[in-house]
Design a binder for this molecule. Sequence first.
Ligand code: GDP
Ligand code: MG
Length: 597
Amino acid sequence: TPTELIRNFSIIAHIDHGKSTLADRLIQTTGALSAREMTEQVLDNMDIEKERGITIKAQTVRLNYKAKDGKTYVLNLMDTPGHVDFAYEVSRSLAACEGSLLVVDASQGVEAQTLANVYQAIDANHEIVPVLNKIDLPAAEPERVKQQIEDVIGLDASDAVEISAKTGLNIEAVLEALVTRLPPPKGDETAPLKAMLVDSWYDSYLGVIILVRVRDGRLRKGQRVRMMSTGAVHTIDQVGTFSPKLTPQADLGPGEIGYITAAIKTVADCNVGDTITDDRAPATEPLPGFKPSIPVVWCGLYPVDADDFEKLRDSLAKLRLNDASFHYEAETSAALGFGFRCGFLGLLHLEIIQERLSREFDLDLIATAPSVVYRLYKTSGEMMELHNPADMPDGSVIDHIEEPWIRATIMVPDDYLGAVLTLCNERRGQQVDLTYVGNRAMAVYRLPLNEVVFDFYDRLKSVSRGYASFDYQMDDYVEGDLVKISILVNQEPVDALAFIAHRSVADTRGRAICAKLKDLIPRQLFKIAIQAAIGGRVIARETLGALSKDVTAKCYGGDISRKRKLLEKQKEGKKRMRQFGKVEIPQTAFLAALKMD
Ligand code: GDP
Ligand code: MG
């Protein structure tokens, strides 16, 4: 296809503003799929995505549209991951397109994610077409929202397309806007091959499928291609486009979006953002902006039943096949046994992986509290990255510690602003900006990431009754007065419960954990001390009294079945005990203690 007849675009929107519904309509209107094939939303294809209304992996579909000018255009719709955890993947997907449809719910207006996404699209030099969705709703206020888009984003919204993705109203106008308002891609067919690796996933028949955007040159079957970041060379088996089904083609030229397969075994060999070139006539410079994605949140994952360890290992390997940004390595814990230290792009990514492990692989897991990556500077001058609080060396060798900070944008109705600001301040936040967007306040804060992984989303939702929207980006590393808090049961440190916190909150959190453990650990035949300590200094202490009577004594001997039940229950509990000094702690106590609230 000549580049003048190609338009590459993505749809950006806040969650629930109608991105998937609009995508479906565009597919349906251009006839890419029959009505029967349309029974399910095509672009959201994983269960978890559907339930949570988020897009995890980018998907693409090629549409043929006969425009009013009589010409038939190829429209490549590239879906982008909708969540901040996948910010780098979003930026690569956007870099593969020339324009975006900015979908805003006309009854809700601009939200935090709208802003975060639109700024990324502006960074990618996109031509942006504002689309006001849900104008079928009585609460829709298109004029007010247009004004908001102009005031807040600084984008001309006078030509915004007003649609209802649900009823199908004005979908044709969206297609015309794509053709007339977005620029065609540019590229040089005769230059050495440069194609961007946008995404990849594992298919059990074809091996790894790579989503590519060709800049210059041509990709064809049988060609030997080289990944510029690693130098790895592969021979292309298949080249094609997404209809959205995989449809083989002879080749892909400048401006085109499609896929290649090359008998690649794992997505770990396919770095998002990498440049693919011809091995025999390589480009000299890669495309700009490549960076490997780095996990920012780590936690330990352990099987509740120790016999499931091998199954967990296999399951993690399978997940990794499809998700190169997920990392894991084996680790052992005195408290929890054999497990894995796992790294994620953010909290949502962590939740998704955990949920998939339990849902798709039927694994019962214990997760330790998530921890960010600290930078430890030793007195020797050496820097070490700390992924696990339990690995923190002795205080005397540490010169100082740095922690990652984020820049957060929070939008909230005025009524809840006070509570939101209080929450940010409690979490050591620093206000950067506070402005109004209509009757909604927009607060920009710098916050330590470790205060955000510690239940921030949940608290934000509860103090704003669900009305606040939140988005963030990684900012920088800053020195902090950070300490490791160890939890000791009967003088023995419990590695899985150790955590790092700012000194100002260490006492409060230490006390909270001790109090909780006191309720969770069953009484033993002797008194037990439960302590929180920084180095050798105890900062909180609870004492669990000794057990005095036989547990069955209160059954008065009469009720045999009840007595038996109690004893069985005890036996069940015994199976999952871990020994600490002379103290046995049931697995359930860890589970509960690790669930912060
Ligand atoms: P996404 O999270 O941006 O992908 O949003 P969805 O496409 O999943 O839509 C979120 C919700 O809004 C769904 O319940 C849709 O049925 C509904 N919705 C989408 N477009 C419209 C519209 O034009 N009008 C109305 N009334 N509802 C819509
Ligand atoms: Mg969606």
